[in-house]
Design a protein around this ligand. Structure first.
Ligand code: HEC
Length: 142
C-alpha cells in the first residue's frame, strides 16, 4: 500500500514536470539565442533609428527564426500574443514603429524595478534586431 502511494506521488511529480517542460517548449527557447546574420549588409557601430532592411527577403528569413528563438516565448508564436505581453502586430508601421522597436529591443522594459522584458543589446547585434523588426512588421495589423 505504502509502495503504491509512493508510486502515485512520483507519477504525479513526473506528469507535472512533463507538463511544465512542454509549456516552456511551446513558447520557444528561454535563453537568448545568437542569430546568424550572414548575408545582411553590415550596419557598423552607430545605432540606427529606422529599419535599413525593410522589404529585404534575407532579413525577413533571419528575422523569422530570430523572433521564434528570442521573442516568441513572451510575445507569442507568429507574433500573436497570448495576452501576457503586448501584441506586436499592432506596433506602428514604418519609421514611428521602428524607433520604439529599437528602443525596447535594446533596453528591454523594467517596471517598478521588475524586469518585464530583458534588453537584447550585447546579445543580439544590430543586424539581427532589424531583421526581427522586418519580420514583426510583415505581420502588422491595424
Ligand atoms: C520575458 C518576456 C519577453 C521577452 C523574451 C521579450 N519581450 Fe518584448 N515585451 C515584454 C513585455 C512584458 C513588454 C511590455 C513592457 C511594458 O510594460 O511596457 C514588452 C514590450 C515590447 C515592445 C514594446 C511594445 C509596445 O506596444 O509598447 C517591443 C517592441 C518588444 N517588446 C519587442 C520584443 C522583441 C523584438 C523581443 C525579442 C527579441 C522581445 N520583445 C522579447 C516581454 C518580453
Amino acid at each position: 500500500m505504502e509502495f503504491i502511494r509512493g508510486l502515485t506521488a512520483t507519477l504525479a511529480v513526473c506528469l507535472t514536470l512533463l507538463a511544465g517542460s512542454t509549456l516552456v517548449n511551446a513558447h520557444g527557447d528561454v535563453t537568448p539565442q545568437p542569430v546568424d546574420t550572414s548575408g545582411l549588409k553590415p550596419l557598423g557601430e552607430e545605432w540606427l533609428t529606422k529599419n535599413p532592411y525593410r522589404g529585404n527577403a534575407r532579413a525577413l528569413e533571419i528575422g523569422t527564426s530570430g523572433y521564434a528563438q528570442n521573442c516568441a516565448r513572451c510575445h507569442g508564436l507568429q507574433v500573436i500574443s497570448g495576452g501576457l505581453s503586448p501584441d506586436l502586430r499592432f506596433l506602428d508601421k514604418g519609421d514611428d514603429g521602428d524607433e520604439w522597436f529599437i528602443e525596447r529591443i535594446r533596453h528591454g522594459a523594467t517596471v517598478n524595478g521588475i524586469t518585464r522584458m530583458p534588453g537584447f543589446e550585447g546579445t543580439l547585434n544590430q543586424e539581427a534586431m532589424w531583421a526581427i523588426r522586418t519580420y514583426v512588421e510583415s505581420k502588422h495589423e491595424e
